[in-house]
Design a protein around this ligand. Sequence first.
Ligand SMILES: Cc1ncc(COP(=O)(O)O)c(C=O)c1O
Ligand SMILES: *[C@@H]1O[C@H](CO)[C@@H](O)[C@H](O)[C@H]1NC(C)=O
Ligand SMILES: *[C@@H]1O[C@H](CO)[C@@H](O)[C@H](O)[C@H]1NC(C)=O
Length: 484
Amino acid sequence: MESAFPTAARLGLHVPLYSSLLLNALFLVHHFLSAPPAPSPLLSKANNGGGGGGALSWALRAAREAESVAKAGCSGHGRVFLDGIVGEDGRPGCECNTCFEGPDCSARTPDCTVDADRGDPMFLEPYWMRHAEASAVVVSGWHRMSYRATDGLFQSVELKRCIRRLHRAVGNAVADDKQIVFATGSMQLINALVYALSPDSNSGSTANVVATTPYYPAYRTQIVLFDSREYKWAGNTSMWAKASGNSTTKEDVIEFVTSPNNPDALLHQPVVVGSSAILDHAYFWPHFTHIPAPSDADVMLFTTSKLSGHASSRFGWALIRDEKVAKRVNDYIMQNTMGVSRDTQLRMLAIFKTILANLHGKEDIFAFGHDVMRTKWRKLSAVVSRSRRISLQNIPPQYCTYFDKIRDPSPAYAWVKCEREEDSDCSDVLLKAKIITRSGVWNDASSRYTRISLIKSQDDFDLLLERITEFVDAELTAAGSNSM
Ligand SMILES: Cc1ncc(COP(=O)(O)O)c(C=O)c1O
Ligand SMILES: *[C@@H]1O[C@H](CO)[C@@H](O)[C@H](O)[C@H]1NC(C)=O
Ligand SMILES: *[C@@H]1O[C@H](CO)[C@@H](O)[C@H](O)[C@H]1NC(C)=O
């Protein structure tokens, strides 16, 4: 890499000055558009600080377009995006939430099946609508065109600083003595880390990759896809957990530990003694779980998909203690994608800065997220508690170091169990009630379980609650008529 792109970053020195100006651009543009062009303290500040005329030139058109698109209401049940499909009027139209339709998304789709399948973190969209100004980024056509980022390779130094600051402030991970490796979503890190932790290809041994049931299915699907001489998928941990008590077992085991777990939200520790553990902390943030103490594992995995809700940007990172392991992960990323899109890194920098600026304040993203998620959990639990046909996992309130108090549960997913003998396919039972869920079979668990996503939009949740209520009411009505 060093020798492949030797002359790239000459312009680097000038760029920080520009980008801090750029981050202010929407703020200034807002003034231009909404106030008469009278001298304002903001503009003169820009004049003094930025040099070169002060008035915005090339950023204006894009800013106007972005704000004009953002103004569309879509009846509160949809959104217009800059890159939406262009209609006959030459402008992108509303993209409606599931079960809403019409040009302005105001019509409910009759008899609609609600979708509670995907772990799509749309619940944070209202937060970012409220923080549109602080989180907006203006990107010029010439912005950072080089392969190189500010570390001379492919990672933004400022973004790394923000990540360390956030872990310190939230207290969910010890980051200061770890290497940080960025990736295209934490998805890319699953195989990168297994590659890095596997024995050398010359050693002749093969690492066994395992996870505890019910586990996040991508561990299995990726490792099966990339199956190699160095590592193979070896199923759930139950066999290895037993074998590890036996000192004759000398096999390499790489264990995925998801904490809190997807699908059931429990905090987990490694169970195979002597394994190389990968702690997947995608959900280890105060909006989804209490934080008992900072995690200090050798290898940890995080993602903005579940932290800020920006799944689209595909940004994840690993915290790695051992420099040699970190180097191997870097080699993998290098061979695979040459690092995370620099555009994504720019956007994420604005997102992290906004999160950091609001911690413990009125607009704390975790307070917001926890409030939304606990309200959903409380409502769903109240309805399901009336049922004897389905049940939810039990999560007690717990002390959280971040909020410094006992907090109510607020899991990302409900792990639903169908209690009746005949309801052996729980996702099918719910599908008949017009609710799409993800069968426990995906998690290597029984089909008696199914996962309901609670992190989607408020519309998705409201419809879900409607359908679940209908389902439970029907059960109670049937039970009532039976007993007569
Ligand atoms: C436990 C867990 N790990 C990793 C991921 C992958 O997230 P991403 O690739 O968006 O960072 C997810 C996504 O749902 C997840 O649930
Ligand atoms: C773990 O896998 C084994 C073998 O594939 C299976 O028999 C067992 O039921 C699984 N354990 C759990 C807890 O699912
Ligand atoms: C270890 O496992 C082997 C094979 O399962 C068994 O024969 C042996 O007795 C075990 N040793 C101990 C110390 O448990």
